[in-house]
Design a protein. Structure first.
Length: 291
């Protein structure tokens, strides 16, 4: 995709689809399936985010988006039972007929449990109602939402309110989308120009060309830098994981500036053993200093 805005929208849509899909799967599958899916999600994010050409490492951005996505799914999953109970539950008046507390197990919290009966004397279906603190007494009447299928615990309308979890999940999802938007801006032309303001490499590069006799390709330094960015995005890596770039194709770009551009794309510049080529990889033996 040639337009960063289009790519950013596509990445944002993918993030939302991934969150929704993993939320659905979390209800039926455990970590054995979900962990590999999160890893695949992370790899795809790195590949997509790197295309944005941001000044920040794509790995760090990916970690933030994955972390916020995980939290969004986790918080939404906490509200799953409450949302299900609201959808298929029925409100009834119930009476507490028995109360007990969980057995002590180390430092684990001991919840309070309440057996409930309807007004007609039948048991409220499902497991006992549970609270963190002692709120009700035997003989006390209350309005609860019961699950006709008997799978979920009955809860009072206040306990079944999932508004907080819904807002929390939405907030984490928006944070993930915000990271995509911020990364897109960091890779935009205005941000690059702002970061390049006051760059003092031109004088040194002109002196280098005069001393070595290197010819100008006719392209401006900005055009050469853009060609270098495209090369770092598209050139294949060798068997050792290095992307090799011939520096003579970028006579106005110093190695330090090339290292800065590579850093923006999530790569590092190798300082040793280049043998006439610039070498870039995610991990290097000796990194070219950025300053």
């Amino acid at each position: 995709m040639g337009h960063p805005a289009v790519l950013a929208v596509a990445i944002g849509g993918y993030v939302l689809v991934a969150i929704a899909g993993l939320f659905v799967l979390a209800g039926d599958f455990g970590p054995v399936l979900l962990v590999p899916l999160w890893i695949v999600h992370a790899v795809l994010l790195v590949l997509l985010i790197r295309r944005l050409g941001a000044r920040t490492s794509s790995t760090y951005t990916m970690l933030f988006i994955v972390a916020t996505s995980v939290m969004s799914v986790y918080v939404a999953d906490m509200a799953r039972d409450d949302l299900t109970l609201q959808q298929r539950g029925e409100r009834v008046t119930a009476t507490v007929v028995k109360k007990w507390r969980d057995a002590a197990e180390g430092r684990q919290a001991r919840d309070y449990n309440y057996a409930l009966e309807r007004e007609d004397g039948t048991k409220v279906p499902g497991p006992a109602m549970r609270t963190l603190t002692d709120l009700y007494d035997v003989g006390q009447k209350m309005t609860v939402i019961e699950d006709p299928q008997g799978e979920l615990r009955p809860k009072t309308p206040g306990q079944a309110d999932a508004t907080g979890e819904e807002l929390g999940s939405l907030g984490f999802a928006l944070a993930a989308l915000g990271a995509v938007a911020w990364t897109t801006w960091r890779g935009s032309d205005p941000a690059r120009r702002g970061g390049d303001a006051g760059d003092g490499h031109d004088i040194g590069n002109r002196a280098y060309r005069k001393f070595t006799g290197a010819r100008d390709s006719g392209a401006t330094r900005e055009e050469q830098e853009e060609r270098l960015r495209e090369a770092l995005r598209t050139y294949p890596a060798d068997r050792r994981g290095y992307i090799k770039v011939p520096p003579e194709q970028y006579p106005d770009v110093s190695q330090q500036r090339a290292a800065r551009i590579a850093w923006e794309l999530g790569l590092r510049a190798e300082a040793s053993g280049n043998r006439g080529s610039w070498r870039f990889a995610e991990k290097v033996v000796e990194e070219v200093p950025l300053d």
